[in-house]
Design a protein around this ligand. Structure first.
Ligand code: ZN
Length: 241
């Protein structure tokens, strides 16, 4: 069996047998990897706590016939603030779910890896409310999707733009509306986020617009992937409270 090292983000894990877990990681070099962590459900396991969802870890693995086996896991960055704060953790869970839902096993995507780890570290550092929209914008661009936000994609009208639908290619006027409702302020801010001007949006956007952008971002991913994200409903509940 071949031994290899890679850095990865733990997306989720599930039980295997009495004491083990299967850990699903998004690694920098090999994309999504499912690997067995032996003995982690026993008390005082040395890497059980390092393999929680959202952890960024330096991994050593044995290549197995079906599943690889994790022999070492060292934290790259401790994400203590992120774990202590439900809002931040909810946002992190949404990012992990988006990656888990869209990345195939064994398909490396270094640009997405960098985007995900950058977003997790930013959530840890400041928990700013545009982390999710900024992540989603980069994610969609990497997927080849950049919605038009300045004019209705059906008729070209730049007035009365009230909705957005990723499959249509962007925003829609009142006559052609479909998909998700979008306010004027959120539409303008979304265009800036897609242009990478997140800092500017943070400085100029009122909290309610940032909140609209955050829920909208999750909806855009749902439109793109045509599946519901479990974490998005958790996030909406948190934002409503
Ligand atoms: Zn129109």
């Amino acid at each position: 069996m071949a031994l290899y090292r890679d850095e990865g983000v733990v997306l989720r894990s599930y039980k295997l047998g009495e004491a083990d877990r299967i850990v699903v990681c998004f690694t920098r070099g090999r994309g999504k990897v499912r690997a067995v962590a032996k003995g982690v459900r026993r008390t005082r396991s040395k890497f059980g706590s390092r393999l929680e969802p959202g952890s960024i870890v330096d991994l050593q693995l044995y290549e197995g016939r079906n599943l690889d086996i994790i022999t070492q896991a060292e934290r790259v960055t401790a994400l203590t603030n992120l774990r202590a704060d439900l809002d931040r953790y909810g946002r992190a869970a949404l990012l992990l779910e988006i990656v888990d839902a869209t990345v195939e096993d064994g398909e490396a995507n270094p640009a997405l890896y960098k985007t995900l780890t950058g977003a997790l570290i930013e959530l840890e550092r400041a928990g700013n409310p545009l982390v999710v929209p900024a992540f989603v914008a980069k994610f969609l661009v990497l997927e080849g999707v950049q919605p038009l936000v300045d004019a209705c994609v059906r008729c070209g009208s730049s007035a009365d733009l009230v909705a957005i639908q990723i499959h249509e290619g962007g925003v829609l006027c009142r006559d052609h509306r479909g998909g998700e409702a979008i306010s004027e302020a959120a539409r303008i801010a979304l265009g800036l986020v897609f242009d990478g001007r997140v800092r500017h949006v943070l400085d100029t956007t009122p909290p309610e617009v940032a909140q609209e952008l955050e829920t909208l971002a999750a909806r855009l991913v749902e439109q793109h992937t045509e599946r519901r994200l479990r974490s998005s409903s958790v996030l909406y509940e948190q934002l409503q409270n």
